[in-house]
Ligand binder design. Structure first.
Ligand SMILES: Cc1cn([C@H]2C[C@H](O)[C@@H](COP(=O)(O)OP(=O)(O)O[C@H]3O[C@@H](C)C(=O)[C@@H](O)[C@H]3O)O2)c(=O)[nH]c1=O
Length: 182
């Protein structure tokens, strides 16, 4: 597994070793020992999620407030998506900065999104399946988010007029945002 730094502390992209043969391919999508060796601290994942989206669906930018904050290890198992994490840790030197990576079923890249980040993605193909591990359980009351197209975040989603949930349309702008993360 190769670790690619993003320029934002604790936010990393992972590239697994994929074994291809005449049958197809095999790779380890998570291995605690490899994490220990290559990353250090191993997240305690307690929930796995999967979503399917049509082309042009944007889910985000989401986070859960403490004490239900979640770190997430995300990947795409069918199709492709632009995945985005925004640093919302008040005391971080990269507060308000975002990082984007293209995750596809082919490149098999993963992004580790720590606690203290808002997360979202837009799908580039129909039937894009997004799969992720979380370090905390879903807690409806702790859900919060930021406006995906906030001008001060200035994220290049590479797609116009995405399909959004009503909840995602209602999220507030980054200006005057009181982050719950130190
Ligand atoms: C996230 C989540 C949702 N749900 C339910 C609530 C709702 O009825 C339905 C759909 O929920 P949402 O519209 O919030 O799903 P979605 O917009 O896909 O939310 C996800 O977006 C990405 C970007 C993330 O980072 C995730 O953490 C999560 O927030 O699924 C759960 O039961 N457990 C969960 O963990």
């Amino acid at each position: 597994m190769k670790i690619i730094e993003t320029g934002i502390d604790d936010l990393i992209v992972l590239e697994p070793v994929v074994f291809g043969d005449e049958r197809g391919y095999f790779y380890e999508s998570f291995n605690e020992n490899v994490w220990k060796e290559k990353v250090g601290k191993v997240p305690n994942f307690v929930q796995d999620n999967e979503s399917m989206s049509h082309r042009g669906v944007l889910r985000g930018l989401h986070f859960q407030k403490p004490p239900f904050a979640q770190a997430k290890l995300v990947r795409v198992v069918a199709g492709s998506a632009i995945d985005v994490a925004v640093d919302i840790r008040k005391n971080s030197s990269t507060y308000g900065q975002s990082f984007s990576v293209k995750l596809t079923a082919e490149n098999k890249k993963q992004m580790f999104v720590p606690e203290g980040f808002a997360h979202g993605f837009v799908t580039l193909e129909d039937n894009t399946i997004f799969s992720y591990k979380c370090t905390n359980y879903y807690n409806k009351e702790s859900e919060d988010g930021l406006q995906w197209n906030d001008s001060s975040l200035n994220i290049n989603w590479e797609i116009n007029d995405p399909i959004l949930s009503e909840k995602d349309k209602s999220y507030k702008s980054f200006i005057n945002f009181a982050t719950p993360f130190d």
